[in-house]
Design a protein around this ligand. Structure first.
Ligand code: PLP
Length: 397
């Protein structure tokens, strides 16, 4: 069979491959402690479920406008305006079947073959995959370990820019490192963006998953609104990963192209769940508050347990539901040469399943530290205690 050449460049979200391995291990009767996937084992709030069911009975089961229903576009514009100090209208909001499609459509709208696109490494693997699949050149920038958390390596971003650089993908409240930019760093990024005439995808999938303080967006800085596409998702805040609902929020010109791509790709987003999403934004907020409370307890527990393991060093993040401990010393002391070997052995010996740094991009030249990622969105505290207890025993031997 003749498959298109560009398919060779298509990557994947490798956390799903780790899931398949964990499921296989479990199918042999082994206990698995699932820290690998950023999915939630928490139920979608009841008012959202009921509003969606009502919409089905009200007959909202046919096609709807390709950019989504006006009620939801309006509700989301108002929600974003409150948190981003912006003045978006419903026409700036295009509803998508999840946050992920906002990434591919950003590339489709704005990248020509051969254009260079800056993306974070370690980072969400779909960026690199989508850029290369569409004939672009994926150019990484990176993060470094600071005193209290991971910091953007803005020099690596500046160094990566050439006259072919057209786009920047920026994921604040970052997966997998849970890194967050300071206001000074955001200002410097804004300056880099303007100086190099770049357009930006602000992937804010975890903007509302925060445990203290207040999230700030690059798009809120002067001059940035017209250069940014915001990626919004209902997946995390409202525990709706399987519902598949998100949005692109951007200037009218780009928004209209997203709507046209929707017509080509899906016709329209899933109709009736958009009424559930209106309820999510405008109705009772005790559901997302409860979700955040559960996640915070897990974060506190996870940090304590991981840092109690000899050789683990883990920062306490204020956002996302990921922990990214440094395990350089552990791997060295135990004689593990590769991430693969370490991850597989830990799964076999303890049932603890996690992703490694390599699931978020290739190691960069000069990189010597080793990291793994624990997602605590899909595992309850008693299981966390049991699993990380086994991990501690295995590592401390
Ligand atoms: C950084 C980041 N962006 C986007 C997404 C996409 O999420 P969804 O398509 O479920 O909205 C994810 C999911 O894990 C993510 O981690």
């Amino acid at each position: 069979m003749r498959i298109a050449d560009r398919v060779k460049k298509l990557g994947t979200e490798t956390a799903f491959l780790v899931s398949a391995e964990a499921n296989e291990h479990a199918s042999k009767g082994n206990k698995v402690y699932p820290f690998h996937l950023g999915d939630l084992n928490i139920r979608t709030p009841e008012n959202i479920i009921q509003a969606s069911i009502k919409a089905i009975y009200d007959g909202k089961t046919g096609y709807c406008p390709n950019a989504g229903i006006k009620e939801l576009r309006e509700a989301l514009a108002q929600d974003i305006n409150r948190s981003h100090d912006s003045d978006f209208t419903w026409e700036n909001v295009i509803i998508e079947p999840g946050g992920k499609p906002v990434i591919g459509k950003f590339i489709d709208c704005l990248m020509n073959p051969g254009d260079e696109v800056l993306y974070p490494n370690p980072g969400y693997p779909i960026y690199e995959s989508q850029i290369e699949f569409s004939g672009g050149v994926a150019v990484p920038y990176t993060y470094k370990e600071g005193k209290d958390g991971f910091l953007l390596d803005l020099d690596s971003m500046e160094r990566a820019i050439t006259d072919k650089t057209k786009l920047l993908i920026f994921n604040d409240f970052q997966n997998p490192m849970a890194a967050e930019a300071s206001m000074e760093e955001l200002e410097r990024i804004a300056e880099i963006v303007v100086r190099n005439d770049l357009l930006v995808l602000c992937d804010e999938a975890y903007f509302d998953i925060r445990y203290s303080g207040c999230s700030k967006s690059l798009a809120s800085l002067p001059g940035m609104r017209k250069r940014c596409v915001l990626l919004y998702t209902f997946s995390k805040k409202f525990a709706m990963t399987g519902w598949r609902l998100g949005a692109a929020i951007t200037c009218r010109q780009i928004a209209d192209i997203y709507a046209k791509l929707n017509t080509n790709d899906e016709s329209c987003p899933n109709h009736f769940i958009q009424y559930g999403a209106v309820e999510a934004l405008k109705g009772d907020q005790s559901g997302p508050k409860k979700i955040l409370g559960i996640l915070k307890e897990r974060r506190d527990k996870g940090i304590k347990l991981l840092n109690s393991i000899k050789g683990f060093r883990c920062f306490q993040p204020e956002s996302t539901f990921y922990l990214f401990p440094n395990v350089t010393e552990v791997m060295e002391n135990m004689g593990f040469k590769t991430y693969h070997e370490f991850r597989k052995t830990v799964l076999q010996e303890t049932g603890v399943s996690f992703c490694t740094r390599l699931h978020f991009g290739k190691e960069l030249p000069g990189e010597t530290n080793r990291y793994i990622r624990f997602a605590y969105s899909g595992i309850d505290i008693p299981e966390m205690e049991e699993g990380l207890g086994k991990l501690k025993k295995f590592i401390e031997g």
